[in-house]
Write a protein that binds this ligand. Structure first.
Ligand code: BTN
Length: 327
């Protein structure tokens, strides 16, 4: 990592701004207020990190490609933090970003802190499952939220995160990403991302909520374990090309920002309406594996706290947790 006086950050911003065109070394030096030798050194430093920078003597420098790194500088490129992402931890390895974020939250870490890791040695999924977390290809991200809401409104945080996730993927790529209850992201009918929400609360108030999001971004088919191959996918497999993870993280934080504003302001209806619009569960016959056994029925609606309303032979039941399959 370059030192704080290195102009690599500003140089990168400038090259990204002029992405299509060459910028002369003199213009760069003038606008960054450094010598041409310093510009050359910074270009070399970026190249050593994997940035492809074309140079032509008479024209200057042009950014040809950005490496897929989840470093703080890459994530912050062109990103303006409002409430979320003022502090971003970019780890190369951790047990689980949710566990790491919980530890930080217990020590008083502020609202909106984001934790990212290139690899998780003990990634956790819903219902006590493992979350497959190979290095360098996916997004493993946790966000610490401290909304001033009663604990019974906390399930809305998961709904709003699922909405933000679907909107980020749909907005960035032309993919029909949809939410399967409660909060799986499906693309082309297969799971590409999941959310694990964990909360610490007193009877009257939420202390903190950790929203953990795992997205299979550039995961090749061969990395999925045998048993997941027919039901899981990655953005890369659906798109037919790799995508830049830092760009997706930025978009996701931006979408979460809007959802979090709704959550804090108590705009429940906004969150549930968007969830319903993006859902692929409602209006279908489903089977749900719950801790109390299997349930079958028509997925009619969701309640304000995220329960699934199931109807069967005139009976109505609200399911609060489980795994849905379509029948
Ligand atoms: C699911 O089972 O669908 C939820 C998966 C959530 C995985 C993410 S990856 C980042 C965060 N850290 C974890 O250990 N789990 C969540």
């Amino acid at each position: 990592m370059p030192g704080s006086n290195s102009p690599t950050g500003p140089l990168l911003m400038l090259l990204i701004k002029h992405r299509e065109a060459y910028v002369s070394g003199q213009i760069i030096a003038d606008s960054l207020k450094v010598s041409r030798a310093a510009v050359w050194k910074a270009v070399e430093a970026l190249r050593a990190e994997g940035y492809l920078i074309d140079s032509i003597k008479s024209k200057g420098y042009r950014l040809a490609s950005v490496p897929d790194i989840l470093g703080e500088r890459e994530v912050r490129l062109g990103f303006k933090a409002r409430r979320l992402g003022k502090k971003i931890y970019c780890l190369s390895e951790t047990d689980s970003t949710n566990t790491f974020a919980s530890r930080l939250a217990a020590q008083g870490e502020p609202d909106g802190t984001v934790v990212l890791s290139e690899y998780q040695s003990a990634g956790r999924g819903r219902l006590g499952r493992k979350w497959i977390s190979p290095p360098g290809v996916n997004i493993y991200m946790s966000v610490i939220l401290r909304p001033e809401i009663p604990p019974d409104e906390a399930p809305l945080a998961t709904l709003m995160a699922a909405v933000a996730l679907a909107k980020a993927v749909r907005g960035l790529y032309e993919l029909d990403a949809r939410i399967k209850w409660p909060n799986d992201l499906l693309i082309g009918g297969k799971k590409a991302a999941g959310i694990l929400t964990e909360m610490s609360a007193e009877p009257e108030r939420v202390r903190h909520i950790i929203i953990g999001i795992g997205i299979d971004v550039n995961m090749p088919a061969g990395e999925f374990p045998e048993e997941l191959r027919g039901i899981s996918t990655s953005v890369k497999l659906e798109l037919g090309r790799e995508s830049n993870r830092a760009e997706l993280v930025r978009r996701l934080i931006a979408e979460l920002e809007g959802g979090y504003a709704d959550l804090r302001a108590g705009r429940r209806g906004n969150i549930t309406a968007q969830w319903k619009e993006l859902s692929c569960t409602l209006g279908r016959m489903v089977r749900i594996n719950t801790l109390r056994g299997e349930r079958y029925g028509f997925a009619e609606d969701i309640t304000e706290d995220g329960g699934l309303v199931l109807t069967q032979d005139g009976e109505r039941e609200v399911i609060t947790s489980g795994d849905v399959s379509f029948i």
